[in-house]
Design a protein around this ligand. Structure first.
Ligand SMILES: *Cc1c(COP(=O)(O)O)cnc(C)c1O
Length: 375
């Protein structure tokens, strides 16, 4: 039924009845939600790995391995939530082109879900995005639109979506609201359930980086909702706007080299009120920690996991110094294999001026003695 609505201030002498102008096929939406639920059902929870220390000690460090999701990073959770959110918002139908601005990992996961639902997908990314990531998106049937600077991705993604009547998923705005922070097996609930039988089941710190800020928002809210005393630390790389804004020193940066974390602007999904503390980590230290994880613990993780480890070690050393026993949880966000031509290439690191060897000894000492070396 179609009807012309009368002007709002006209007197009404009958019930006015107007149907949706653009109804989305609900049977299709039901099918699509079912496909996403089935994907969840096929997936197992990710491991919480205890990092084995060289000797008995007072602080236990755990790594939540988010690299084991089907699309290789913690963005699998986010992409699933963003698609469910948009489907249940009535924003995606059987012919909707889905567009996203991304530094790569989110687009890989979203391309996977778009293909699952038979939808066209376009990723807008900076030209410097690693070739491995572009190949992964294309393998899932997505198209990559490359732009010159990180600051351009948002407007280009919005424009492309508008031009084709598609949907800009907008992870940087929607990450914090698309995830159910109260539970529903989100990352926070999963961590706390997996810790239940440990010596220190309630961690003193959870340490994460911020890309969208969605993960830190989910964890920070969950801690308050559950009345947990655990504190949340966010680690931030060089060039990111998050740390300077948090410190009240301006809200723009040049952008980060550590893929997945650190942004040129403070993203709307970053919720500083639930963050107890921020640590600015040198990029060279992140690389040293990434290398350390592989050489000493056999864990091949990407650079943002290195950033997380630096923050976790720094806080572990502080706890030891203060005589506090307990645990710290941080995340493995993705695997090293995505960075063969960048963070795992010594020539590339030299060209970037990243003297990571200067940090190797300090990371080793922090790990083996829980002694933070003065720089
Ligand atoms: C996105 C991302 C993060 C940060 O997660 P957010 O929830 O977006 O803040 C960390 N590391 C990697 C590799 C990422 O892709």
């Amino acid at each position: 039924m179609t009807a012309t609505a009368p002007p709002p201030d006209a007197p009404r002498d009958s019930v006015v009845d107007v149907a949706s102008a653009q109804p989305i096929d609900r049977t299709w939406v039901q099918w699509a939600v079912g496909r996403l639920e089935a994907d969840t059902r096929r997936s197992a929870d990710t491991h919480l790995l205890p990092l084995r220390p060289p000797a008995e000690r007072s602080v236990d460090v755990y790594l939540k391995d988010e690299s084991t999701h089907p699309t290789g990073s913690l963005k699998h959770r986010l992409a699933r939530s963003l698609f469910l959110f948009a489907l249940c918002n009535g924003q995606i139908g059987p012919r909707t082109t889905v567009v996203e601005a991304s530094s790569g990992s989110t687009a890989i996961s979203e391309a996977y879900f778009a293909r699952l639902l038979g939808l066209p997908f376009v990723a807008v990314m900076v030209r410097t995005t690693s070739r491995e990531k572009i190949a992964l998106i294309e393998r899932e049937g997505g198209r990559c639109e490359l732009v010159d600077s990180a600051g351009e991705v948002y407007d280009v993604a919005r424009r492309l979506a508008d031009e084709c009547g598609g949907l800009y998923l907008d992870q940087f705005t929607n990450a914090e609201r698309a995830t159910d922070w109260r539970g529903n097996n989100n990352i926070a609930e999963s961590i706390f359930e997996q810790l239940e039988l440990e010596t220190h089941p309630v961690p003193t710190w959870v340490v994460v980086g911020a890309g969208t800020g969605g993960t830190s928002a989910t964890i920070g809210r969950y801690l308050r909702y559950r009345g947990l005393p655990t504190r949340l630390a966010v680690v931030d790389p060089e060039g990111s706007a998050f740390l300077s804004a948090y410190a009240g020193q301006g809200d723009a940066g040049r952008g980060s080299r550590i893929e997945g974390i650190g942004r040129p602007r403070v993203e709307p999904s970053f919720v500083p009120q639930v963050v107890d503390r921020m640590l600015g980590v040198p990029d060279a230290a992140s690389v040293a920690a990434m290398r350390f994880l592989r050489s000493h613990l056999g864990i091949a993780a990407g650079p943002s996991t290195g950033t997380n480890l630096v923050g976790a070690l720094r806080l572990a050393c502080e706890m030891r110094q203060q005589g506090v026993a307990g645990s710290i949880v941080t995340l493995m966000c993705d695997r090293a294999e995505r960075y063969d031509a960048t963070f795992d290439d010594d020539g590339w690191l030299r060209a970037q001026g990243l003297d990571w060897q200067a940090w190797s000894g300090r990371i080793e000492r922090a790990w083996s003695e829980l002694e933070w070396p003065v720089a």
